[in-house]
Design a protein around this ligand. Structure first.
Ligand code: ACM
Length: 631
């Protein structure tokens, strides 16, 4: 995963054993060498053997690697990432135009290795592979909750494993400014809780990304979402302040009417552009609250004296000097779809988040764009729902001409972190993001859900080898909540609940949302998608479809229902024992005792921001068996 564009499976296999060796011919450089070394250590770990052959020593290697030429100095968005991998019973050959393709091919090779009883092997196969879209990104919002460098790094390892190539960092928002600025130190000092990346750390993770064929695109969200700038520099804002990084403190947006705003941005972007070598620079531009502009008489005079119709025109005005500044610092402007305005040249890139139509509209008008609508992984959707979203498949995109379609560069999964911390981010990103990675890499026809879930399950545990904690992190959190070693009953419940969907959690908050609150409840620990609940639902369908004749399915259903019923008694003492778990009690009790539809209805309602995912299949069973009785 992602499924390669072409796979020809042969017969037989190539054994992977102690004598495994690699040779590298063609282009070589230290980065490629490090990539090959990482591959060797991944392979050693996976196959449980010490592989001692250093590359290029062997004249008839098990794996021959050949890259034609170097990658670009700074990775381009349109660089060749294709590779060919040919495995026979005696050896394997991996070739690519440049190291990017080699990195991807090595990941494919690792995924092909399977245990064969007395060792490991890779099947005989010929793979010719290339991405469908050039831009396959993951956005991580480090503004709402800071995500430390080591967590970014392991997530980049995950991205590389599924061939994603853009890490988009949302580096500032109302809740925090996360980059050290030497020119304007009050940005990170006063605009954060002390958690930010030093310039040295930025250089370090940008280099780490480059080693893995990943571009890092910085985003500083302006003129809205920018309170953290105003704590240290209130003169940038449209209202007097003062500002604090606090949930119920005043908020504002930047003042586009003052020359000084642009002087500041020019110096700031000049400094930051050096840290992020990528050609693209994201300026946000989303959800600009016009109220501070409406309330400022000077800004109103400016709007009228410049013949503007309103706040949208003022935002478009703001973007013009901003574009000049970015161009001066050799950056291409990117922004959310709100920046789309006929006054801006076609060189800008539009990231569509409010709907798929804006992507097609942008492409028709001549702008390049990428899709994030449908890829918001903070909304806790199941993988199949993201997988079904295709940048080219909605009516508007499908109706584009070929040249317009080429302007659709790809997409980005978006990890907004209002309800995410460094402790649980892995479980929000993985494994679902691998399904989005496949949508953006593999041919459009690759759509089979059974195959996707089978491969996603496999990729999921493989990703944990890289240091990701999307599975293991949950147990640590459950232990802490329960305050005991035996969490088996709690795990049984945790396995079949999911966090509430969409924006339900934030709308359940009474009073201002306090982003400083610890995220340490059951809803924060459990994954976004319950595999046992999905399998139970499939089992129930199988049973009903068989006309109640599938005895094996019936037995399995009965076993599960009985286990869940009996779990409740064991669970109660754990739940009552813990302050952090007490609000979960109704999720357990009502559910397992539900024998009537009214009870099921109640079990389906969210409690403690959790949804019981087996309620619907149980309801299907009850309804189906009721209608059977009537017949
Ligand atoms: C966004 O979600 N406001 C880009």
């Amino acid at each position: 995963m992602p499924m390669p564009s072409t796979v020809q499976l042969g017969t037989g296999q190539l054994a992977i054993n102690q004598s495994f060796s690699i040779a590298v011919t063609g282009f070589q450089d230290p980065r490629l060498k490090r990539g090959v070394q990482r591959f060797m250590s991944d392979l050693s770990r996976q196959a449980g053997m010490l592989l001692t052959q250093s590359p290029a020593q062997s004249s008839s290697p098990t794996l021959l690697i050949h890259a034609d030429h170097a990658s670009e100095e700074v990775q381009r968005s349109d660089e060749d990432e294709s590779y060919e991998l040919a495995v026979s019973e005696s050896n394997a050959k991996l070739s690519a135009a440049n190291p990017l393709g080699i990195f991807h091919g090595l990941q494919t090779f690792l995924q092909l290795i399977a245990p064969i009883g007395d060792g490991f092997a890779v099947p005989v196969v010929t793979i010719k592979d290339q991405p469908r879209f050039v831009w396959r990104g993951l956005l991580i919002d480090v503004g709402r909750h800071f995500i430390p460098v080591d967590v970014l790094k392991r997530n980049m390892d995950g991205m590389a494993a599924v061939k994603m190539n853009v890490l988009h960092l949302h580096l500032s928002d109302n809740e925090g400014f996360r980059v050290q600025s030497k020119r304007f130190p009050k940005l990170h000092e006063m605009g954060s809780d002390g958690l930010y990346y030093t310039q040295q750390e930025i250089r370090e993770f940008v280099a780490y990304a480059r080693d893995r064929g990943i571009r890092v695109v910085p985003e500083f969200d302006i003129p809205g979402h920018s309170r953290s700038w105003f704590v240290g520099y209130p003169e940038l804002s449209s209202s007097p302040g003062p500002y604090k990084i606090e949930p119920d403190g005043p908020n504002s947006v930047m003042d586009p009417t003052r020359e000084e705003t642009y002087k500041f941005l020019d110096k700031f972007i000049g400094e930051i552009a050096q840290l992020f070598p990528d050609a693209y620079f994201h300026i946000g531009g989303d959800e600009v609250d016009g109220q501070p502009w409406d309330a400022n008489p000077q800004i109103q005079v400016f709007i009228h004296s410049h013949g503007m119709k309103g706040n949208q025109d003022l935002q478009a005005y703001f973007n013009q000097p901003l574009l000049k500044i970015l161009t001066k610092h050799h950056k291409i402007m990117m922004g959310w779809d709100e920046i789309l305005h006929p006054d801006l040249p076609k060189t800008i890139v539009v990231q569509s988040w409010r709907g798929q139509e804006s992507l097609a509209t942008a492409a028709r008008l001549g702008y390049s764009g990428l899709l994030s609508f449908g890829y918001y992984i903070d909304l806790m959707w199941p993988a199949w729902r993201h997988y079904a979203v295709d940048p080219m498949a909605d009516d508007a995109a499908a109706a584009l001409r070929a040249d317009e379609k080429r302007r659709i560069l790809g997409g980005e999964a978006c990890m907004w972190t209002e309800w995410v911390t460094s402790e649980n981010i892995d479980s929000r990103v993985w494994p679902r993001t691998a399904a989005i990675a496949e949508r953006l890499w593999s041919p459009q026809e690759v759509q089979d859900l059974g195959s996707m879930y089978a491969r996603l399950g496999e990729v999921s545990w493989r990703l944990e080898w890289l240091g990701l904690t999307h599975r293991s992190g949950e147990f640590q959190m459950l232990h802490r909540m329960a305050g005991t070693d035996d969490i088996s009953a709690l795990r049984t419940l945790a396995d079949v609940v999911e966090p509430v969907k969409d924006y339900t959690r934030i709308s359940n908050v009474k009073g201002p949302w306090d982003f400083r609150a610890p995220l340490n409840r059951l809803v924060d620990a459990v994954g976004p998608e319950s595999d046992p609940a999905r399998r139970f639902g499939d089992l129930v369908e199988r049973y009903i479809q068989s006309g109640y004749k599938d005895r094996a399915a019936a037995r399995e259903i009965r076993t599960l229902l009985t286990a869940w019923r009996d779990n409740d008694a064991k669970l109660h003492s754990v739940l009552e024992h813990s302050f952090l778990l007490r609000d979960v009690i109704p999720s357990s009790s009502e559910a397992w005792r539900a024998q009537q539809l009214a009870r099921i209805e109640s079990a389906r309602e969210a409690k403690a921001d959790l949804l019981l995912m087996v309620a619907t299949p149980v309801e299907r069973l009850i309804e189906a068996s009721a209608s059977q009785t009537h017949n």
